[in-house]
Ligand binder design. Structure first.
Ligand code: G
Ligand code: G
Ligand code: NA
Ligand code: MN
Length: 253
């Protein structure tokens, strides 16, 4: 109850912040983009994890507003970076409730326009289980976002139950292999076989493959050998505040 009340004021009190975690091209190590991850600096409780407050926001009807804030803030950063000579695509996470918002398309258009950001710079990540939960609804939203030129990414792939025919019809551009498979890569041949199969499938369907949760060099090497396109994880960088991200980029040269 307390968290719900505090969350209502979090935007106005500027307690929310986007962190950014780099995604790197597996072949060259070049920056492919960043994932925006929401952080809440609670005045008393300190940093509260989105794993904790996103479900609260969903339950109490606050996720719409939060989602719009994230979208707007992500676009604002893309614009800032562009003006600094950096073109960095940004991925935002979309919850099931946002998918059902009738004005989502309009809101996405507005955010892009407000910050003069081309649609191709925005990626929307939707978990596999959410995408499959209401197939017809997500298909409609995905089609319309794809038509604007926003790229769609299927997050946490391998943890839900995808129908392959549905996967084929989805206008997604990217698939993120769940970190549970990445974690087991250096110890399990089964995990390698699964990743290899997912990469084949994704590429056959024209999707780029991102591996998330990469924590060791061995994992990165195996993923590159298996033709994963992009890597993301603590091995390279944690989610960072914007100024830290810029610093990190500078140091890499
Ligand atoms: O960044 P961290 O590992 O603490 O994130 C925990 C969970 O919160 C992850 O599942 C992540 O996808 C989710 N999350 C982070 N930021 C957002 C956001 O802006 N919107 C939604 N819907 N989920 C988010
Ligand atoms: O659900 P989603 O895939 O959006 O979750 C993203 C979250 O995963 C991020 O908020 C981040 O904190 C976490 N994360 C990112 N890289 C790693 C990693 O290498 N290892 C682990 N365990 N978590 C990670
Ligand atoms: Na994500
Ligand atoms: Mn994920």
């Amino acid at each position: 109850v307390e968290m719900q009340r505090d969350l209502r004021h979090a935007v106005a009190r500027q307690e929310l912040q986007l962190y950014f975690q780099p995604k790197l091209r597996a072949d060259s190590g070049e920056l492919a983009g960043v994932e925006a991850l929401l952080r809440w600096h609670h005045p008393k409780r300190g940093m509260v994890s989105p794993a904790e407050f996103i479900p609260v926001a969903e339950r109490f009807g606050l996720i719409g507003e939060l989602g719009l804030w994230v979208l707007d803030e992500a676009c604002r950063h893309v614009r800032l970076w562009h003006e600094a000579g950096l073109d960095i695509p940004v991925a935002v996470n979309v919850s099931v409730h946002q998918l059902r918002q009738p004005d989502l398309e309009q809101r996405v258009r507005e955010a892009l326009k407000r910050h003069r950001v081309p649609a191709r710079m925005l990626i929307m990540e939707i978990t596999e289980s959410v995408a499959m939960e209401d197939i017809e609804a997500s298909m409609r939203v995905f089609d319309m976002l794809d038509q604007i030129g926003v790229r769609l990414s299927i997050d946490d792939f391998g943890t839900g139950y995808s129908s392959l025919s549905y996967l084929r019809r989805l206008p997604a551009r990217q698939l993120k292999i769940d970190r549970s498979f990445v974690r087991d890569l250096d110890s399990s041949l089964d995990a390698q076989a699964i990743v290899e199969a997912v990469v084949r499938l994704a590429h056959a369907l024209g999707l780029k493959v991102v591996a998330e949760g990469v924590e060791t060099q061995d994992q990165a090497d195996i993923l590159a050998q298996l033709h994963c396109d992009e890597l993301q994880g603590f091995l390279f960088a944690r989610p960072m505040a914007e100024h830290t991200l810029l610093h990190w980029l500078q140091q890499r040269g």
